[in-house]
Design a protein around this ligand. Structure first.
Ligand SMILES: Cc1cc2nc3c(=O)[nH]c(=O)nc-3n(C[C@H](O)[C@H](O)[C@H](O)COP(=O)(O)OP(=O)(O)OC[C@H]3O[C@@H](n4cnc5c(N)ncnc54)[C@H](O)[C@@H]3O)c2cc1C
Length: 399
């Protein structure tokens, strides 16, 4: 802890940010840059690990690819943010405290909740016990270890959403000896244009991924999955990607949450039940004109920046502004050599234009690699992080 923070501890306004994911880091760096000259504000960031988890690359981790070592404490150097490594076990919204590793207690005046989400293994019996997930880097490493030891055999990827598609393609490319089966209710790329969807389907076919759409996995077994209707598919490993769920911490704290446990926010990203709590990223239920935002990095980073701007405004005695965001793309990797990028309208519906092949690979890699340098830029020029598509007429009614 720096001398400035120690000196300020007794009287400072304590902002505690939970989660150093894409959203939490954006909030911490943006806020630190805004309050740099203030002795009376202390910013603390809590995260389970020192290493930044590049969640958008966890399907690469799951196939044994080594990622860059990105250190959160190193990134925070010179910002004045105090980093606390630990596992958040409880939030007491009345006492305004956070419990860490069950033995430390951090008081706050303002809380920013950005603990993200995990694969919803509670959705069907057996998934929690028998399925692998990409919920954390450790979970992805467990899957990598299993795949490396299989030799040959069948891997079922349950869930045909974007994480399922990226995982199935990556596994098939890295482990051509394995039989990869992608199962889901919907056709892969169902929300894309017919052209992008057809490209995606052909790429999965080329990689040898067997796609079965229109099926529902109702049980995960130690040696396979059971489908609605009674059919069983034998598998040596099952990866569960169907749906996400949020940590029960927020609901347990008495914060107003939606049916998936996400903190319900007002237009400025404050909890509707506890205005001193801001919710960001995948853990927040943020309503826009087109509906409640779904979890993405493209939307998550702006929520972190906006929460920081709102806190800075409130600390200066001003009103926070409404948050507005419109989607602009859905980039999907298909192994390391292929990809599809579907451009979208602000409400996430597909535009006619899409990229495929090498151009799409370059685009997707640029997007995936961009958060870390963005944080570095924000440290020096906070305004550089405050640009994102506001969604035009699609988000105006959220004002
Ligand atoms: C394979 C894959 C590919 C993806 N590709 C894209 C893409 O191309 N574009 C896109 O926009 N989005 C993509 N996403 C979605 C994107 O990764 C998420 O929306 C984003 O990570 C959400 O950011 P976040 O900060 O809310 O949460 P996270 O990034 O999950 O960060 C949460 C942080 O909180 C920490 N944490 C959680 N619980 C605790 C606890 N109790 N105590 C302490 N620390 C805790 C975690 O360790 C983590 O560091 C992808 C996701 C996956 C899995």
């Amino acid at each position: 802890m720096s001398a400035r923070q120690e000196a300020g501890t007794a009287t400072a306004h304590r902002v505690v940010i939970l989660g150093a994911g894409y959203a939490g880091l954006a909030a911490a760096i943006q806020l630190a840059a805004r309050v740099k000259r203030r002795e009376d504000v202390q910013v603390t960031l809590v995260n389970a690990q020192e290493r930044f988890t590049e969640r958008m690359r966890l399907h690469m981790t799951a196939t044994g690819q080594r990622l860059a070592e990105l250190s959160v404490p190193e990134l925070l150097e010179g910002t004045g943010v105090q980093f606390v490594r630990g596992w958040v076990t409880a939030v007491d919204a009345d006492a305004k405290t956070v419990r860490i590793d069950d033995d430390r207690v951090l008081p706050y005046d303002t809380l920013v909740y950005g603990l993200g989400g995990v694969a919803d293994t509670s959705a069907v019996p057996g998934a929690e016990d028998h399925a692998y997930t990409l919920s954390s880097a450790q979970d992805a490493e467990l899957l990598a270890d299993r795949l490396a030891r299989l030799g040959n055999g069948t891997v079922v990827v349950a869930g045909s959403g974007l994480t399922g598609i990226e995982s199935a393609a990556e596994i098939a490319e890295r482990h051509p000896e394995l039989n990869v089966v992608l199962l889901g209710r919907q056709e892969p790329g169902a929300a894309m244009t017919p052209k992008a969807r057809a490209y995606l389907r052909a790429a999965l076919h080329r990689l040898g991924v067997q796609v079965r759409a229109g099926v529902e996995v109702v049980k995960v077994l130690p040696d396979g999955v059971e489908l609605a209707g009674g059919e069983s598919i034998a598998a040596d490993a099952v990866q569960w990607t169907s749906g996400t769920r949020i940590s029960p911490l927020a609901a347990a704290a008495g914060l107003a949450v939606d049916e998936r446990g996400r903190i319900v926010t007002d237009a400025t990203l404050r909890s509707v039940s506890h205005p001193e709590v801001y919710a960001i990223g995948d853990a927040a239920a943020i309503r826009q004109g087109y509906g409640v935002m779904h979890g993405t990095c493209q939307g998550g980073m702006p929520t972190g920046v906006h929460a920081a701007l709102s806190i800075d405004r409130v600390l200066k005695g001003r009103q926070p502004k409404p948050f507005r965001f419109g989607y602009y793309h859905t980039p999907v990797s298909l192994g390391r050599g292929d990809a599809v990028v579907q451009f979208t309208r602000p409400d996430d519906s597909p535009r006619r234009f899409c990229l495929t092949g090498r151009m799409a690979v370059r685009y997707k890699e640029t997007v995936t690699a961009s958060p870390w340098p963005t944080y570095g830029r924000m440290k020096k020029m906070p305004a550089s992080g405050a640009f994102w598509p506001r969604g035009g007429r699609f988000t105006r009614e959220a004002k």
